[in-house]
Design a protein around this ligand. Structure first.
Ligand code: ARG
Ligand code: ZN
Length: 853
C-alpha cells in the first residue's frame, strides 16, 4: 500500500509569503538534455518568514546563487519535491540552473516531446518539474523567456507574449526571446520548439488593434487548420459582442501536437492543443469533430479573460474558470449552430458522464474540499456541472443583469487570483437571489432529485415539489438546493397556457395555479434549467412528445417515455404500444432535421443503467434491442424513406442543412441495422463505398462491423489501408473495433495493441482502444472477469508511463458498487491487485482507493 500519499485541503489555504515579481528563463534545448536557467526577482510579503521553499520535482541542480553570490551547500536543502533556501533577505534575486530530460518525459506534464516537437503542459502543477518556483496560481509574475536550439531541427521557437529578440549569431543553433507583458501564474507558461508548418491570419479588435493569428501543426497538415482559424476569429468576435471582452496581445498562437493528456490548454498567447481539436477536413473528420474543434478553440480563447486575466486563487477554485468558461463556450456554440440541438447535446453529455460520476464513490462537489492528485479533478463535475451552476446564475439574473454582473466581475478582479465567492459576490450585486442557499451547489455532491405531485380541484391546479437531496460521499446529510425551475402548462389541445420560472428554495413547497377550466399538462424543467432528476407522478409523456412547445422538454418526454418502456421490457418483456405509436408520430414531424435525429435516438445503455439499483447490462442490451427491433420492423418503410430522401444528392458541404441531412439519414440507418438483413447491409456497404465525408464513412463502417462480418472485413481493410498514416483517423478505427458487439472483441483489442499504428505513449490512441473497450459494457463486464483483468493489467502498465491516463482508465470501475455480487468480487480482486502494485502513482491510487472503500 502506498503510504506516502497525503491529501491537500481547501481549509488549509494560506496566503503566499513571497511575491515573484519577474522571472527570466533561459532554455538550452538539446537531444539528450535541456538546461534551464531561472532568474527571479523575489520580495517577501510576510516579514516573519526566513526561508524560501520552492516547489521543485526531482531537482537536478547545477548552480544556485542569491544576489549574484554562489550559495554554499549549507544554505539550501533539496528534497523530493522541494528546494528550500535558508535565511533569505527581504528582496533579492535568485538564479537557479538545473537540468531536465524532456525526451524521456512520458507523463506529458512539464516540458516534454510530442514526436519531434518540444512542448509544455503546466496546469495544474507541471511547472515545478521544469524549474523551481512557487508553483501556485496566486503567484503572478512577469515572464521573459529565451529559447536556444538547433536551427534545422527547431526553426520555430515560441513562448508567451511578444517576440522581442532573435539570436542568430551562432552556426547551427539559434534563439528567440519572448516577453509577456501580463503577469501570470506559472501554470500558464508555455514553450514550443519544432519544425512546424503554419497558417496565418489577422483579427482587428473592437479597439482597433491588429492581432496576428497563427496556427502551427506538423508539416503537411496546414490545410487542415482552416476550420480552427475560422472558429478562432468567430470566438474573438463573439467575446467582444457578448461580453465586451477584447484580446490583449498583438499575437495569438495555437500549436497542435499529437501527444496531449487533455483537450487543450489556454497558456497566455500560446495555446497548445491536442491535434484532435485543431486538424480537420471532410475526408478525415466527422461533423461532430468539426463542432468539437469550434467549441474547444472557443473555450481556450474565452479563458483569456475567464482564467488568465482573472485566475484562480488555488486549485480548489478550478470551477471558477472551468465552469464559467464551459458555460461561455456552450453559449457560443448555441449561437453558431442550432441552440436547441446544442442544449440537448450538452445535457446528454452531462448525464452520460457527470450524473454517473455524481452517483459513484468518486463523486465530489464542483468545489472539492480535498484532493490527493489535482489532476484527478479535471472532471465532468467541475467542468460540466460547474457550467450548469453558472447557467442557473444566468437564469436567475436574466441576460441584462448577468452582463452587468460580469462587467463588475471583470472590473473588480482583473489581474487577480480569486475565489468562487468573489465571483458570486459580483453576481449577487447585480441580481436578487439567496446567495447563501445558492452556495450549496459549490459544496454538495450528488444529483438532487425533485418529486412532483399534481392535483386539480375546482379550477385550481397545484404541484407539490419535494426535493430529495443525496447524502454526501461520507454519509453526511446534505441540505435542500436553491434554483430556478422553468416550467409551462399546456391545455388539452396542446396550446400553452403559461410559461414561468419558479424559484425553488425549500425542501418541499406547493405552487398553485388558479382559474383553469381543466387539468393542464405540466412541462417541467424546461431547457433543463437545473441539473436534477425529476421524479414524475403520472407524467403525460406521449402528450408532451406531441405538443410541448419547449424543444428540450419535448425531447425529454421522448427520453423518459422510452426509458419507462425499456424498464417495463426488462421487467415483463412486454412492449408499450403507446410509446411505439408516439415514436411513429415523431417520424412524421416537420422540424429541423438535426433536432429530429436527436428525438429519434433511444436512450443509451448508460441512461438505462442509471435507473437500476443493481445494474444488469445483459438485460439492458436485450431490452434495448427488443424495442429497437420492434420499431425498425414497424416503421421500416418510413425509415427507409427518411434514409433515401436525405442520402442523395451527396454533398460534403458543412452547411447546417447538409449536416442535418447526414444526421437524420445516419440515425435511420443505425435504427434499420437492427434488422440485420442483406438490404440494410447493402445500403451500409454502398454508403461506405460512395461516401464523400468521414461522417458517412465512419457510420457505415460501424454499422457493418456490428451487422455483417464479411462486408465489414472488406471495409475495415480498405479503411486501414487508406488511413493508416493519419493518426486521428486511426483513433476512430480503434474505437469502432473496441466498441464492437462482436463476441471476439477482447481478442481483437489485444491484437490491435501490437499493430504498428498503435502506440501506448500516445494518449489519444490509448483512449480510443483501451478506453473504448472499458466503455463496451457487454464485454468489459464479462462474467468470466476477462475484461476486468485486461483493464487492470493495462492500468498497471500505463501507470508507469503516464499516471494521468492510467487514473482516467480506473474510472471504468466506478460502477462497482452497483454491480451484482459476482462482478463486484471480480472487480475488487483486480483493483486490490492494482492498488498494491509497487510504485503506483498517487493519481491511480486516489481513484481506486475511493472505489474500494
Ligand atoms: N485548462 C485546460 C482546459 O480546460 C485543461 C488543462 C487540464 N490539465 C490537466 N493536467 N488535467 O482548457
Ligand atoms: Zn478550460
Amino acid at each position: 500500500m502506498n503510504t506516502e500519499v497525503k491529501a491537500k485541503y481547501l481549509k488549509d489555504y494560506k496566503k503566499p509569503a513571497y511575491a515573484i515579481e519577474s522571472v527570466d528563463l533561459l532554455f538550452e534545448l538539446f537531444e539528450e538534455e535541456t538546461f534551464v536557467t531561472n532568474t527571479m526577482q523575489i520580495k517577501k510579503t510576510d516579514a516573519s518568514v526566513n526561508d524560501l521553499t520552492l516547489d521543485a520535482v526531482n531537482l537536478e541542480l547545477l548552480e544556485l546563487s542569491l544576489n549574484d553570490l554562489k550559495l554554499q551547500e549549507s544554505r539550501y536543502i533539496i528534497e523530493e519535491e522541494k528546494l528550500t533556501v535558508l535565511n533569505v533577505p527581504d528582496a533579492f534575486e535568485i538564479k537557479i540552473k538545473n537540468k531536465i530530460y524532456p525526451q524521456d518525459n512520458t507523463e506529458l506534464e512539464g516540458l516534454y516531446k510530442s514526436g519531434d516537437i518540444f512542448c509544455t503542459q503546466n496546469e495544474p502543477e507541471g511547472f515545478r518539474s521544469i524549474t523551481p518556483f512557487l508553483d501556485r496560481p496566486d503567484i503572478m509574475s512577469l515572464f521573459t523567456t529565451t529559447i536556444l536550439a538547433d536551427k534545422k531541427k527547431y526553426p520555430v521557437l515560441l513562448s508567451n507574449g511578444n517576440k522581442i529578440k532573435c539570436h542568430e549569431d551562432f552556426k547551427e543553433r539559434h534563439g528567440v526571446t519572448w516577453h509577456d507583458p501580463h503577469p501570470k501564474p506559472s501554470y500558464l507558461f508555455a514553450l514550443v520548439a519544432g519544425n512546424l508548418g503554419s497558417i496565418s491570419d489577422e483579427f482587428t479588435t473592437i479597439q482597433g488593434n491588429k492581432v496576428a493569428l497563427n496556427i502551427y501543426c506538423d508539416l503537411g497538415n496546414e490545410q487542415k487548420c482552416h476550420h480552427a482559424m475560422h472558429s478562432l476569429k468567430a470566438s474573438m468576435k463573439w467575446d467582444e459582442e457578448k461580453y465586451g471582452r477584447a484580446y490583449d496581445l498583438d499575437i495569438y498562437n495555437i500549436v497542435a501536437v499529437d501527444s496531449f493528456n487533455m483537450g487543450a490548454m489556454e497558456n497566455k498567447g500560446l495555446n497548445i492543443f491536442n491535434s484532435a481539436y485543431v486538424l480537420a477536413d471532410t475526408d478525415t473528420a466527422t461533423d461532430a469533430n468539426f463542432m468539437g474543434i469550434e467549441s474547444v478553440i472557443a473555450h481556450e480563447y474565452f479563458h483569456n479573460w475567464t482564467g488568465n486575466r482573472i485566475t484562480c486563487r488555488d486549485w480548489f477554485q478550478l470551477t471558477l474558470k472551468e465552469g464559467l468558461t464551459v458555460f461561455r463556450d456552450q453559449c457560443f456554440s448555441a449561437d453558431m449552430n442550432s441552440a436547441q440541438v446544442q442544449r440537448i447535446e450538452d445535457v446528454k453529455a452531462l448525464r452520460e458522464r457527470q450524473f454517473v460520476e455524481d452517483a459513484s464513490p468518486t463523486r465530489h462537489p464542483i468545489q472539492p474540499e480535498s484532493y490527493i492528485s489535482m489532476n484527478n479533478f479535471y472532471t465532468a463535475t467541475v467542468y460540466e456541472k460547474g457550467a450548469e451552476v453558472i447557467r442557473m446564475v444566468y437564469t436567475l439574473l436574466g441576460e441584462k443583469n448577468y452582463r452587468q454582473a460580469m462587467d463588475l466581475y471583470f472590473e473588480t478582479f482583473d489581474g487577480q487570483a480569486v475565489t468562487t465567492d468573489d465571483f458570486l459576490w459580483a453576481m449577487h450585486e447585480c441580481g436578487d437571489f439567496d446567495l447563501e442557499l445558492f452556495k450549496r451547489w459549490y459544496k454538495q455532491s450528488g444529483t438532487p432529485r425533485l418529486h412532483v405531485k399534481e392535483s386539480f380541484e375546482n379550477g385550481t391546479y397545484s404541484i407539490l415539489l419535494t426535493q430529495k437531496i443525496p447524502d454526501d460521499v461520507d454519509g453526511k446529510k446534505q441540505k435542500p438546493c436553491y434554483y430556478p425551475l422553468k416550467m409551462g402548462l399546456l391545455d388539452r389541445d396542446g396550446s400553452e397556457i403559461l410559461a414561468k420560472t419558479l424559484i425553488i428554495s425549500k425542501e418541499s413547497e406547493t405552487f398553485v395555479f388558479e382559474n383553469l377550466k381543466e387539468k393542464p399538462v405540466l412541462s417541467i424543467n424546461r431547457d433543463f434549467s437545473v441539473p436534477i432528476i425529476v421524479e414524475y407522478g403520472e407524467a403525460q409523456f406521449a402528450f408532451l412528445m406531441k405538443y410541448d412547445t419547449n424543444s428540450f422538454t419535448q425531447y425529454e418526454a421522448t427520453q423518459n417515455f422510452a426509458l419507462r418502456t425499456i424498464s417495463e421490457i426488462i421487467e415483463s418483456s412486454a412492449i408499450n404500444d403507446d410509446f411505439v405509436d408516439a415514436y411513429g408520430h415523431l417520424l412524421d414531424l416537420d422540424v429541423d432535421l438535426s433536432y429530429k435525429a436527436l428525438l429519434l435516438e433511444l436512450p443509451s445503455v448508460s441512461a438505462v443503467m442509471q435507473l437500476q439499483k443493481e445494474i444488469d447490462f445483459d438485460a439492458i442490451y436485450d431490452a434495448q434491442d427488443k424495442l429497437l427491433l420492434h420499431i425498425a420492423q414497424k416503421y421500416k418503410e418510413k425509415l427507409l424513406d427518411i434514409y433515401k430522401q436525405n442520402h442523395l444528392p451527396a454533398s460534403a458541404s458543412l452547411e447546417a442543412k447538409y449536416i442535418a441531412k447526414r444526421a437524420i439519414k445516419n440515425r435511420a440507418l443505425k435504427i434499420l441495422s437492427i434488422l440485420k438483413n442483406d438490404e440494410v447491409a447493402e445500403l451500409a456497404q454502398k454508403q461506405y463505398e460512395e461516401s464523400l465525408t468521414m461522417t458517412d464513412r465512419i457510420v457505415a463502417l460501424d454499422v457493418l462491423e456490428n451487422l455483417h462480418v464479411s462486408y465489414a472485413e472488406v471495409a475495415l481493410q480498405d479503411f486501414y489501408n487508406r488511413y493508416k498514416d493519419e493518426t486521428l483517423v486511426m483513433n476512430k478505427y480503434f474505437a469502432i473495433l473496441a466498441s464492437s458487439s462482436r463476441y471476439d472483441v477482447l481478442e481483437r483489442v489485444e491484437k490491435l495493441q501490437r499493430d504498428k499504428v498503435y502506440d501506448e505513449k500516445v494518449p489519444n490512441l490509448v483512449r480510443s482502444l483501451v478506453g473504448s473497450f472499458a466503455r463496451n459494457h457487454k464485454h468489459f463486464h464479462a462474467k468470466d472477469g476477462s475484461g476486468y483483468k485486461f483493464l487492470a493489467d493495462k492500468i498497471i502498465e500505463i501507470d508507469k508511463i503516464n499516471p494521468q491516463i492510467a487514473s482516467g482508465l480506473c474510472g471504468a470501475f466506478k460502477v462497482c458498487d452497483k454491480m451484482n455480487k459476482h462482478n463486484q468480487d471480480l472487480i475488487k480482486k483486480e483493483l486490490s491487485r492494482v492498488i498494491s502494485t509497487q510504485g503506483l502513482s498517487k493519481n491511480s491510487f486516489e481513484i481506486i482507493d475511493k472505489i474500494l472503500k
